[in-house]
Unconditional design. Structure first.
Length: 288
């Protein structure tokens, strides 16, 4: 088995495709798979993939991510079952380190930045529940056989983000001069640029410490504040219609990362601020 062979699932996704060149630059033999290459929901197919590649490292990004659908989808349980089998096969075949990718939706309500070892894990959606269960399963699968890390992502954004999420919806609406129906916009979120997220995932593959690590900026912005940054570049703020729809019932008012543990143990922190990240996102979408 190669000492530096990494399997990346979800390799064609929003974050996965950014991780591949970064890992290659670090000297890994990179094997990226997407749904076109292997149906990971077929647990046997995932086990066969591990048996064939015998990776030393695993970065598991694949999961259901369809905007507006993934929160409640029954496929979350299917992805959980398949992912448990994949992790078990990885360590059984001599894998050294696996990194799984979770979500800030694993946390329960908190009025202060979420801390990995202090904020309760109390998800209120099938998506968050399945991800939290996978984190526990990954730690159990590793046991004494290898190390593991769980990247708890906050709100990635940037070029290539799927349409239907907040930032691309506002950008596309203003570019097309079309109204954008929004909630009241008072929810506070920790938006983190996608390239920074990919850097964090790769840093976790490279690290040795086991545990859960937040991937965010540590800075919260309300949706209204985020929209204001976009409007400052594109104008037509009258098209952003706050209060025209209700917020989803699972949306907490405040969701921001405490990043001290990730900085301290992994040596990673987000580089791009919100204004610069949004500028780059708008430019990539042809708006500036």
């Amino acid at each position: 088995m190669s000492a530096r062979r990494v399997l990346v699932t979800g390799a064609s996704g929003f974050i996965g495709r950014r991780c591949l060149p970064r890992l290659a630059t670090l000297g890994y033999e990179v094997h990226g798979v997407s749904s076109r290459d292997c149906d990971l929901l077929d647990g046997a197919a995932g086990e066969a993939l591990i048996a064939r590649l015998r990776p030393s490292h695993l970065l598991h990004l694949a999961w259901i991510a369809t905007p507006g659908v993934f929160w409640q989808s029954p496929l979350n349980q299917a992805w959980l079952a398949a992912s448990v089998r994949l992790a078990g096969a990885f360590y059984a075949r001599g894998g050294a380190r696996a990194v799984g990718v979770g979500t800030c939706a694993e946390y329960g309500p908190s009025a202060s930045p979420c801390r990995e070892d202090a904020t309760p894990v109390a998800p209120n959606t099938p998506y968050g529940e399945a991800k939290a269960a996978m984190q526990r399963a990954l730690a159990a699968a590793a046991g004494a056989r290898g190390s593991w890390a769980w990247a708890r992502l906050f709100f990635p954004y940037g070029p290539g983000e799927p349409a239907g999420r907040f930032i691309p919806s506002v950008i596309d609406g203003l570019i097309k001069r079309a109204p954008v129906a929004c909630s009241e916009g008072v929810q506070v979120r920790d938006f983190v640029y996608a390239d920074d997220v990919a850097d964090a995932c790769v840093a976790l593959v490279e690290a040795e410490a086991s545990g859960v690590y937040n991937v965010g900026t540590g800075q919260g912005s309300s949706l209204r504040e985020v929209a204001a940054v976009i409007i400052a570049e594109l104008g037509h703020g009258e098209l952003v219609r706050f209060g025209e729809r209700k917020a989803a019932p699972h949306e907490p008012p405040y969701l921001v990362a405490d990043t001290a543990k990730t900085r301290r143990e992994i040596g990673w922190k987000a580089r791009l601020g919100l204004e610069e990240g949004i500028h780059m996102t708008i430019a990539a979408r042809g708006g500036a």
